[in-house]
Design a protein around this ligand. Structure first.
Ligand code: FES
Length: 261
């Protein structure tokens, strides 16, 4: 005797939902705040790069450091070094802008942020994006985001230079508020840099046996702990570099002028 089964056939197709999302929470708040935060950074950065008040001894504004043009005031030049001759007449900050800028622009966390808040691709989980097709980062132009690792190497150098600026300020003006602002900023910038996913991969990402590389394993463990805080460090260091930069410029302009400024 043959048995007949009457199991219903499962239709494997996507649910047909006509609305953009079924979410009823305030899913738009996070991308909106991210948009405002990143826009404030961009607008401030453009102003800071063209602003000429970037040095007041012993402070140098982080957006303009290292100062490498001959137009940089004497004490502002990094190690007295001015490789760009008199022919260079644009703001000195433009010379180095691409390194920290490129590092943040290609950062995994910032990528997620601006893909969501600027490109709306998608703006949030389970919210339909406005674009018809998705090409991802596997082809031009977004495949260029893979240069992040090389920006990481440059960011290590920039972080060390900001730390050097902070130490110089400490030596020459230990009681200055600006000194401590620069120190706090240098710490946050370097923590953000070390928490980078590329840094984690470089320390021990390709090892098969941690036990054979105890030092690299220790470094990887440390970086992994920082890496778990990459998002808050990205925001904290972004606001700290803006705050420190603005503070130095306000002191240089004479707008902040109390004795221990
Ligand atoms: Fe964010 Fe590298 S992943 S700085």
């Amino acid at each position: 005797m043959t048995q007949t089964t009457s199991e219903p056939q499962v239709r494997r197709e996507r649910a047909r939902i006509t609305v953009r999302t079924l979410r009823s929470d305030r899913w738009w708040l996070a991308p909106l705040l991210t948009f405002l935060g990143l826009m404030s950074f961009l607008v401030y950065g453009v102003w800071a790069i063209i602003d000429g008040s970037y040095f007041v001894d012993p402070y140098i504004a982080p957006f303009s450091s290292p100062c490498l043009a001959t137009s940089c005031p004497e004490g502002a030049r990094f190690l007295g070094f001015a490789p760009f001759g008199d022919w260079y007449t644009l703001p000195p900050g433009l010379l180095i802008l691409g390194l920290p800028g490129g590092f943040r622009f290609t950062c995994y966390y910032y990528r997620k942020s601006y893909y969501r808040s600027f490109w709306l691709s998608p703006p949030a989980c389970a919210v339909q994006e406005p674009h018809g097709k998705y090409t991802g980062e596997g082809r031009f132009p977004l495949i260029l985001q893979n240069v992040h690792r090389y920006f990481f190497y440059a960011a290590i150098v920039i972080g060390l230079i900001l730390a050097y600026d902070a130490v110089l300020a400490l030596v020459h003006k230990p009681l200055g508020l600006g000194t401590w602002i620069l120190i706090a900023n240098a710490i946050l910038i370097n923590l953000y840099t070390l928490s980078c996913h590329s840094c984690r991969h470089i320390t021990a990402g390709r090892l098969n046996h941690f036990s054979r590389h105890p030092l690299r394993y220790k470094a990887w463990t440390f970086v992994s702990k920082l890496n778990a805080k990459h998002q808050p460090l990205a925001w904290a260091s972004m606001f700290s570099v803006m705050g420190a930069d603005l503070y130095v410029r306000l002191v240089a302009k004479g707008i902040i002028n109390f004795p221990y400024a």
